[in-house]
Design a protein. Structure first.
Lengths: 238, 623
């Protein structure tokens, strides 16, 4: 018999070594997240998955489950805080959902809906982030990057290529590619790379595949993101 | 740079990717910047992807992947520098050199911009030229400096007195007053163990991490425990607990325990470590050696902030002398197996690297991003090995404790805060400088000692610390009351406390590492809010926004930087509200434009006429 902890009043079993996020996912419980992906080492940077463990805020994707923990997640307080984080991500980049190919499949957008975000609230930063269209088959739309580093981790840990990396500091943090020219075309990226599949938003896009699935029939049109607890919905789209 | 000299640099650093940042520093010191050609060469030599090299280098303010001019001039921009007129001086220099702040001059000769506090607050305003500190800058010095830049006079030929950095020690107590003899603390400890009739050392103790019951190292640990020594970095964690956890952490084969001295003194207004390393380096290194003895470490690092790069040769000299004198290296004091050595790692302008896990990441040659914890450095630190990270002053105090015993030490100071505290006093006072007091000294006593008059407020422990108002000047400097890393910035009644807080908020936004969403975006949002108030566009709504950001930063941030970024704003709002009220131009002001009337069309279109669809009377009609 495995140990359990309490998540919003519900007993959640866990295996030794599992994080709160992993145990919750296994039990079919949705905790909002953007930088966490079941297949990769937790990063703990987006902070969307913050829960209260015995009254203290902590990221559930990096916090190890332990017997008897009292964990709060789906509360008014935490969802309000998470909504503010999503608003921060929206104003930090340039997100224009209606014209985005990822609309309906985008985890940022779906999470915003899930958390009932009605406006960005804060003043937009409107950063200047040129796109990289150098690659014949892939487009990099940096305006939408939320710095989750999933592509960085996928390229490093799965593809063993280090095509992507984070550079800069603070609000000037940004994604770079592994080429002296700074252009994706000059890297050894390949369409089959894991790194190309994992973007939760619309940064890494395949060219000439626009709107293959009509709006209205997309991943999160059918069910909200909380209804897709088993892994990344955008991974299963194809 | 010839390929031979790059090879030399690589050899000096074992060709290890973990030493990437030190290799980049030496390349930059030779060539002024890190060119794409060098990055390509390092990519080959270190077998490291370019994205990682660029990703790491671009994190640090003082590493340049683009040319920054033959002369790179950075004005220290702490609030104390501002109070001494650094903004006018920078404008003067820019005008003289025909250069725009933040840009390289068209001929590629010079660039002028600001940087976070350089730790010269007691002799500011200060600036850095190609990494070297120039103190006591005034209009005449700026003129002479511009002349030399224009005539391309090499830095080595600039007047030596410009680069003079004084200790300015104004009050000495147990630590600064001790006539410390190198090796004396190690010998005292050794003697203490022997008089207790136990074998002092055992080769295993250094190499394998001190099985329980081994008394030599245990004696050191016991003394530190008796002394009730607490970390001098500000958080006040009990030193003996940290050391014990490190010493008890299991070692995998091939692993060592690591001792790190945190001299990344980045908190604006703090400069005590500069003085300790300048004039008391032996005490610090000996304290590290004692700590190594206590935890069973063979390797040590001093993480020296980039602003103190000028101390590197001096410190290397002290280390070399200590090796000659058998106080470092193999068989220290002739004890077989007592091996410990220290390497100096120079930082590059990143405040967040003062956070211990970020510091360790930086030591490993990576971006200085704080780690997820647990696990903590005491079990999984430098290259996953058990590591202790302590403040410079903590190690100096360790030497004192070894010399005089823990019992002696704990009787100085207060119940919870044993020993003395070195304060870095700057701002509006007659005698800025270094003051060592026993813990428990009141703010008023420090103000009296430094000759402060008409004091309005004191910022204790820097921007992440506490704004102390006049009615609190009887409060004590100690962990029970006002804990501090050492900064003590004095503001007299002429000063605008809103501008003080705004300066601090800009600092946090500049220094946020960008890893987590709340701090990366939140500190910039806070900066924008403070600028909005500064620009005369404030309204009571902004107070709510500040509250909201504070809550998110406190609750959701990854590390202490985000947690404390709102502190100066909250403190000054609470204690100096008039400074904010003065900026609330819209509070008693009804603009000619009537928003509620303008909304009538929207109400008509949406068919709404409820309360929420109106611009409330509390806004529109308050007069």
């Amino acid at each position: 018999m495995s140990d359990t902890f309490t998540l919003d009043g519900r007993e959640i079993p866990f295996e030794p070594g599992q994080t709160i996020m992993q145990a919750a996912l296994a039990a079919g419980v949705y905790i909002p997240r953007l930088c966490y992906h079941p297949e990769f080492k937790p990063h703990g940077s987006c902070k969307l998955c913050t829960v209260k463990v015995n009254g203290r805020h902590t990221a559930s994707c990096t916090y190890k489950a332990a017997p008897g923990l009292q964990v709060e997640s789906n509360t008014e307080e935490l969802n309000t805080e998470r909504r503010t984080l999503v608003q921060m991500l929206f104003v930090e980049g340039n997100h224009f959902c209606p014209s985005c190919e990822k609309s309906g499949d985008c985890q940022l957008q779906a999470t915003a809906y899930e958390l009932g975000m009605m406006s960005p609230h804060f003043d937009h930063f409107f950063p200047d982030r040129p796109v990289d269209a150098s690659h014949p088959d892939l487009l990099l739309e940096f305006n939408r990057c939320i710095l989750c580093s999933l592509c960085v981790r996928a390229s490093r840990d799965v593809d063993r290529k280090n095509v992507f990396a984070l550079a800069g500091r603070g609000i000037h943090s940004h994604l770079i590619v592994n080429a002296a020219s700074g252009r994706l075309a000059d890297t050894n990226v390949a369409l089959e790379d894991k790194a190309v599949q994992v973007c939760p938003v619309g940064v890494i896009l395949k060219k000439r595949r626009g709107f293959a699935v009509p709006i209205g029939q997309r991943t999160y049109d059918a069910a909200p993101i909380s209804g897709h607890v088993q892994g990344s919905a955008s991974l299963t789209e194809e | 740079m010839s390929s031979a000299s790059l090879e030399n640099i690589l050899r000096k650093y074992d060709g290890s990717p973990h030493n990437l940042l030190q290799i980049l520093r030496e390349v930059q010191e030779a060539e002024g910047w890190i060119s794409p050609e060098r990055v390509a060469e390092l990519e080959q030599a270190l077998a490291m992807p370019r994205s990682k090299i660029v990703g790491a280098a671009s994190f640090y303010s003082f590493l340049h992947l683009e040319p920054v001019g033959h002369y790179r001039i950075l004005f220290s921009d702490n609030i104390t520098d501002r109070m001494l007129g650094n903004q006018a001086l920078m404008e003067q220099l820019c005008n003289l050199l025909w250069v725009e702040p933040g840009k390289v001059s068209e001929d590629g000769l010079v660039s002028v911009t600001t940087t976070s506090c350089t730790g010269m607050c007691d002799q500011g305003p200060a600036l850095l030229v190609n990494g070297r500190a120039i103190t006591r800058v005034d209009a005449a010095r700026i003129e002479a400096l511009a002349e030399r830049v224009r005539n391309q006079v090499p830095l080595a030929e600039w007047p030596a007195e410009w680069f003079q950095v004084d200790d300015n020690v104004r009050r000495r107590d147990i630590l600064l007053d001790s006539q410390f003899e190198p090796g004396s603390a190690l010998r005292a400890l050794h003697a203490r163990v022997e008089t207790q009739g136990v074998q002092a050392s055992n080769p295993r103790s250094w190499r394998e991490g001190l099985p329980r019951g081994l008394v030599g190292p245990a004696t050191m640990l016991d003394e530190v425990k008796h002394a009730n020594l607490r970390g001098r970095g500000g958080a006040g964690f009990t030193t003996a607990l940290k050391w014990e956890a490190c010493r008890n952490a299991p070692l995998a084969p091939g692993q060592d325990r690591i001792v790190v001295c945190n001299a990344d003194e980045g908190e604006p207004g703090t400069f005590k470590d500069r003085v300790l390393l300048t004039s008391h380096a032996d005490m610090v290194f000996e304290g590290m050696t004692l700590a190594a003895y206590a935890v069973g470490a063979r390797r040590g690092f001093l993480y020296l902030r980039g602003e103190y790069r000028y101390l590197l040769e001096h410190l290397e000299g002290v280390l070399a002398r200590r090796r000659r004198d058998h106080l470092l290296g193999h068989n220290i004091l002739g004890i077989p197996g007592a091996d410990f050595d220290i390497r100096i790692h120079v930082g590059f302008g990143a405040y967040v690297c003062g956070e211990e896990s970020a510091l360790i990441e930086s030591l490993e040659g990576k971006r200085g991003t704080p780690r997820n914890r647990p696990p903590f450095p005491v079990t999984n630190g430098y290259l996953d090995q058990p590591t202790i990270v302590n403040n410079v002053e903590t190690f100096a105090a360790t030497s004192l404790i070894a010399l005089h015993g823990g019992e002696w030490y704990r009787n100085i100071g207060t119940a919870q805060s044993a020993g003395s505290k070195i304060l870095s006093v700057s701002g509006d006072c007659e005698r800025p400088g270094i003051y060592e007091f026993p813990f428990g000294v009141t703010v008023a006593e420090v103000l009296e000692a430094c000759g402060a008059r008409d004091t309005q407020a004191v910022q204790v422990s820097g921007p992440s610390g506490f704004t102390i108002a006049a009615h609190e000047f009887e409060r004590k400097i100690c962990f029970e009351d006002i804990p501090t890393a050492g900064a003590f910035m004095v503001f007299d009644k002429r000063r605008d406390m809103f501008e003080v807080a705004r300066n601090f908020v800009h600092f946090f936004a500049h220094e946020s590492c960008g890893f987590c969403t709340p701090c990366r975006v939140g500190t910039s949002l806070l900066r924008n809010l403070m600028d909005k108030l500064h620009n005369g566009q404030g309204s009571p709504y902004d107070f709510q926004e500040i509250e909201r950001l504070n809550h998110i930063l406190q609750a959701m941030s990854h590390c202490g930087l985000g947690h404390s970024a709102c502190n100066p704003v909250l403190d000054t709002i609470e204690k100096f509200r008039p400074a904010y009220e003065a900026r609330m131009v819209h509070r008693d002001f009804t603009p000619a434009f009537d928003l509620d009337r303008a909304l009538s069309q929207a109400r008509q279109m949406t068919g709404r006429d409820d309360e929420m669809a109106h611009f409330g009377t509390e806004h529109g009609d308050a007069r």
